[in-house]
Design a protein. Structure first.
Length: 225
């Protein structure tokens, strides 16, 4: 399956939303920010401290979409997990991890267009903390309301609780909303809340996918003509 072109995406917007959606819910890691290298670096620091080999590709993929707690349970043997607190103290998030985090090209252009067009923006993430620093360093403060973390809900993604909370706060019909994500947990949350889903840079996850924010912006602009 190939990514949609701008014209194909604009056509789908017209069919699904009769123009632009009223709101867009973004996943964070892998959509708003490119944090894959940062996550891999962090977990490999911990594994090196514990005398373990670097993550496999399968472990890297899982850690990118899971909550921190799910990732820790999956990639660190339980007998060694009590040592993780000491290992994490050796890492400076600002010094060692933040340099590996950045926004995807074109993101701010999409967000600014949405604000000018009256499209509401929210974030539903399986992150549990560190959002304030992330938003500040990536110049994302003030764009998303609300931001629902895994720690804000009893059941994080793929459960739809976070997405439903956003819909309730906005008082918007799920059919008038778009969820943009890059993992099965994102699609699960969107499907559970009956929100149309657009896959970002991930072939085979959903019937519709987009390769970059430039294409998304072109499609959205076409809907305004």
């Amino acid at each position: 399956m190939s990514h949609l072109s701008a014209s194909e995406l604009a056509h789908w917007f017209s069919d699904a939303f009769h123009g632009l959606p009223l709101g867009i819910i973004f996943d964070c890691d892998g959509v708003v920010i490119d944090s894959r290298e940062a996550n891999i670096t962090y977990y490999n620091y911990l594994r090196e401290y514990l005398g373990l080999p670097k993550l496999t590709r399968e472990q890297e993929d899982f850690a990118q979409s899971a909550t921190v707690y799910q990732a820790m349970d999956a990639i660190f043997p339980k007998p060694l997990q009590p040592l993780l607190r000491d290992a994490s103290r050796k890492i400076s998030y600002v010094r060692d991890i933040m340099p590996h985090i950045g926004c995807y090209p074109g993101l701010h252009d999409v967000l600014d267009f949405c604000r000018r067009s009256g499209v509401r923006l929210a974030m539903n993430t399986n992150r549990t903390d560190g959002m304030d620093m992330l938003l500040h360093n990536c110049r994302l403060e003030g764009y998303f309301d609300p931001i629902v973390l895994a720690s804000d809900v009893s059941r994080p993604k793929p459960a739809p609780e976070g997405a439903l909370r956003i819909l309730n706060q906005w008082n918007v019909n799920p059919g008038q909303t778009l969820f943009i994500g890059d993992s099965a947990s994102d699609k699960g949350a969107a499907d559970g809340a009956s929100i149309p889903f657009l896959s970002f840079q991930t072939d085979g996850l959903a019937p519709r996918s987009v390769s970059d924010f430039s294409t998304l912006l072109s499609a959205m602009k076409a809907c305004k003509l």
